[in-house]
Design a binder for this molecule. Sequence first.
Ligand SMILES: C[S@@+](CC[C@H](N)C(=O)[O-])C[C@H]1O[C@@H](n2cnc3c(N)ncnc32)[C@H](O)[C@@H]1O
Ligand code: SF4
Length: 496
Amino acid sequence: MKEMKQLFVSKTQYNNLQEECLIMLREFIGKYKWTLTEDKEQSDVIINIVEGRFFIEIFYDKSGEYLLQDVDQKFEIKARFYKCLASYTTKKLPWGMLQGIRPTKLVYKIYHRLAKKIVDTNKSNTNKSNIIDKKEEIINELENRYMVSREMAVLAIKVASFEQQYLPQTVIEASKKFSIYISIPFCPTRCHYCSFPANSISNWEDKMDEYVNGLISEMEAVLPKLFMDNQLSTIYIGGGTPTSLNVEQLDKLLGYITSTFPMNQVKEFTVEAGRPDTITIKKLKVLRKYGVLRISINPQSMNQTTLNIIGRKHSIDDIYKAYEMAKEIGFTRINMDLILGLPGESIEDVKYTFDRIKEIRPNEVTVHTLAIKRSSKIHEEIEKYHLPNDNEIKEMLNISRKVLTSELDYKPYYLYRQKNMMGSYENVGYCLNDNPCIYNMETMEEVLSIIAFGAGGITKLVDNKGKVTRIENVKNAQSYLERLDEMIERKNHKLG
Ligand SMILES: C[S@@+](CC[C@H](N)C(=O)[O-])C[C@H]1O[C@@H](n2cnc3c(N)ncnc32)[C@H](O)[C@@H]1O
Ligand code: SF4
């Protein structure tokens, strides 16, 4: 069979249609190979839209060709494309046609439409109703209209109904609140799967003081007027690896935050920490001193061979030591990030990781499925890595769900998908004792504004109609420091 690589979609008025079809194609076939082309002659798949009629042509061994006509809506084009690819590959995608659509947002949208219908019919108030009350109708729509598998539909509904208890339920309520994200774009080394901002500590050691000062100037110039009219919900310091800062730098940053922010309003204060090899007892004590509630100590895998393969230059023992130190000085809300589908990992390796997680039982576990990010080392040298196949990924995810939800009673509380994920699955955050990370839910659902500081920080302003406006800081840490005034001006201009 000829290897297909090029997708042509003629230009249309439909937002993101080309991009969403490309993602769908990658999810069905040869994930990392597909690109969009403007050259029809060179294409292996053509979606041609001419005056409201559209044609899909798939060429492979020249015998297979599909021709579809008379469709004039973006949804229909995607749906027919999905059906073509499903019949061609004899596959189904776990999340069906949800490329470019957040599953939980879609659940909310369907729920609100159904709930409004009841209000319109009965003239009664739906404030007391819950997504779970509409479970079967929502599943039905996800399965039949969007081709989502039942298992994924149930997961999205569970997550959305959990979130419903914690997030503001009206845009008016949400418009009076905001949260803060602070980016620390430094790491000891870059992990091979990662595309997050991760400047090496050794290159930046001499300039990290300047970076912390830059952050403080940016916050000082933007926040005071926001504090006057709005309520601060959560604070999240992420990265990169925030504990790449030394004790004095952490002390200065957290000291500034706690002395100038209205901390009495804050529901949750997270410092992501992350890489176990950056966590020391002195740094943890600084975090405690300033009232940080929640941290992450991330294994990704509990197998040493895997950590070596993915370039996480620390030991399994470092994970246990960091966790013990954190418990010892009183942290109760500790998250652990894991990634399924890591190179070289077998189903047995994943079972081993979850056996260790069973013993540790952190308050939260976030289970990621490996995404092959374009700017990661794995993507650059994909042929050098042995990656699990889709069936193995499915089994690994089944293990994670079985251990966390059936055996240990964790609840899935947030969910998101990324491009180029192995098996086209998802990332899920699980928590114990109904104690989720509120910031994670806020940021996924885009219900309230998040004001972001530092290199790579993306501010999202949500207005009182729910419309989201993005303001991006530059990603490069050096450019961020050089163009700090411009970053401040960008935000203040939009904040009015
Ligand atoms: C912003 S990163 C920061 C975490 C922290 N620096 C650390 O490494 O412990 C948050 C999490 O995203 C996940 N992640 C990063 N790149 C990923 C990828 N390509 N595929 C799946 N998960 C990824 C990892 O689990 C990581 O812990
Ligand atoms: S996974 Fe964490 S430590 Fe590794 S490069 Fe990405 S942000 Fe840095």
